[in-house]
Design a binder for this molecule. Structure first.
Ligand code: DGL
Length: 276
């Protein structure tokens, strides 16, 4: 069956969650907790994964061609770009392409700066997110008077994917990536500025110790999604059928069998290849 056909079976406003891979799963989980009646269409752009190593021009071109296709196929009521590497670059551009509300995920610098007692915070994100003017502006605006240690890691993205695929993860490699934080014991708060990283929260916390607070944007994004959706559909009946959640890869995925059990466990009944 074509993924678009089954999506059209539901009349309840649906939420399209987008990431390069499985990073948006934590956001999807929080959204379904707050909005249990809304179908999720999760798009994993495995055709271009990982985003964190791609030049800006490549990601821009991809966004310009892909988002209109996704809209035409899935008719989302709202789009959540659950990817910092994409949002810090193409959020405004995607918004300009569509009338559908678009919510983006960007590093939670402000809450981290407010939370820190020592005035020393860490930012853990992909290399492209670290280098974006958007991110630098957030730091200047909200943490200008803080010591900010930024670490760009694409290895952690891979390790998070490994974990969700049920494969062993390399804790030494994770520790190695976190060394700049370990070497600055003054850091009491770290921003998880990539949606893949909360999937490694336990491992990161184990290495850095419980005294370091790990801050992400998951809850804020889920709440913003709920508020935006309630404005769009104020008259929705309170009892609606249990929705079907679909997980769609943009390209054929040779590892689909490895990831399927995780996706089923997380409530996705249909796992499909969209060929987008
Ligand atoms: N999950 C993504 C992010 O928040 C991208 C990871 C990647 O594909 O490199 O940045």
């Amino acid at each position: 069956m074509n993924p678009a056909d089954i999506t059209a079976q539901s009349n309840t406003p649906n939420i399209l969650i987008f990431d390069s891979g499985i990073g948006g799963l934590t956001i999807a989980a929080e959204i379904t907790k707050i909005l249990p009646q809304h179908p999720i269409i999760y798009i994993a752009d495995n055709r271009l994964y990982p985003y964190g190593t791609k030049p800006d021009a490549v990601l821009r071109t991809r966004a310009r061609s892909l988002f209109p296709i996704l809209e035409a196929h899935y008719h989302p009521s709202i789009i959540v770009i659950a990817c910092n590497s994409a949002s810090t670059l193409i959020l405004d551009e995607v918004r300009a392409l569509t009338d559908t509300p678009v919510i983006g995920v960007v590093p939670a610098i402000k809450p981290a700066a407010e939370f820190s007692k020592t005035g020393s915070i860490g930012l853990l994100a992909t290399k492209v997110t670290i280098n974006r003017p958007y991110t630098q502006n957030l730091i200047n605006q909200f943490a200008g008077d803080h010591n900010v240690v930024s670490v760009g890691s694409d290895i952690l993205v891979f390790q998070a994917e490994q974990k969700m695929h049920g494969n062993p993860i390399d804790t030494d490699a994770i520790r190695q990536e976190l060394l700049p934080f370990i070497n600055q014991p003054n850091i009491d708060t770290i921003v998880l500025g990539c949606t893949h990283f909360p999937l490694l929260r336990d491992e990161i916390s184990h290495i850095l110790g419980q005294s370091v607070e790990l801050i992400d944007s998951i809850n804020a994004i889920a709440r913003r999604t709920a508020v935006t959706l309630s404005k769009l559909t104020p008259d929705l009946p309170s009892t609606l059928p249990t929705p079907k959640h679909r997980f769609i890869f943009t390209a054929p995925n040779p590892k689909i069998d490895e990831i399927t059990p995780t996706l089923h466990r997380r409530g996705f009944s249909d796992i499909l290849i969209g060929n987008h």
